[in-house]
Design a protein around this ligand. Structure first.
Ligand code: URA
Length: 226
């Protein structure tokens, strides 16, 4: 957004009066006198007018251990949502960087930084999401090679990237997928008449769910430092 628009909107002033604020040196951008109203600023830039704060939002990055039963939404009239669990006044600023189904548990990332969430969710980024999967039946060779080869999803008209599969037992595996299609893992196994009985997300890209973060708990992190 243009700096003069933000300031004018906040102060409720017209173009001429807003220009005067800049001429008089009353506008500070990140602590420095701002002279050019036409400058395009980001939502995390700090803006002051005559000593009052116009905008001062900081980027937030939250990792949350979503328990089963909680919905991956910011608002829901019936169910507890992931943002309900972040009991902070700034929780309303957050959006999800990739959802989990209601009965899937594990790592959910919430942020107010859309560039960061896009870096995790945009299909071309091919960020791996690792899950622990439990099944109601045995995974045969056909299932394993099918998942590893990639799969055609007709509804979305996409071929999935080859999944990484690490067999833990005949009915349990670690699976890394590179998309976030609706019910993707359940749909993948359903092709082979297998039902997913347990699904838990352990990691999104380089972000691992910390072992000391219990169901329902969350913490802030900084993407570069983790
Ligand atoms: N695949 C699913 O089926 N559900 C999820 O929540 C995530 C991946």
């Amino acid at each position: 957004m243009r700096l003069d628009r933000l300031v004018g909107k906040w102060a409720g002033t017209g173009k001429r009066r807003t220009r005067e604020f800049f001429k008089n040196g009353e506008v500070l951008l990140n602590g420095e006198r701002a002279e050019r109203g036409g400058l395009v600023i980001g939502k995390f830039d700090r803006v002051e007018l005559a000593g009052e704060v116009v905008q001062d939002r900081r980027p937030r990055y939250v990792m949350l251990h979503k328990p089963r039963g909680v919905v991956s939404a910011t608002l829901d009239e019936e169910h507890v949502t992931v943002t309900d669990l972040v009991d902070q006044e700034w929780a309303g600023e957050l959006h999800l960087a990739g959802r989990l189904d209601r009965y899937t548990s594990g790592l959910v990332i919430l942020t107010n930084d859309s560039a960061y969430s896009e870096s995790l969710t945009a299909p071309e980024q091919k960020v791996g999401k690792r899950y622990l999967v439990g099944l109601d039946g045995v995974m045969g060779e056909e299932v394993i090679s099918g998942l590893q080869a990639g799969m055609w999803f007709a509804k979305e008209q996409v071929m999935t990237e080859p999944a990484l599969l690490d067999l833990l037992s005949p009915q349990e595996c670690r699976l890394t997928i590179y998309e976030g299609k609706h019910h993707q893992i359940k749909r993948m196994f359903a092709r082979y008449d297998l039902r997913v009985t347990q699904l838990h997300r352990e990691a999104i890209g380089t972000q691992e769910l910390p072992s000391d973060l219990g169901p329902g708990e969350w913490r802030e992190f900084h993407p570069e430092s983790s």
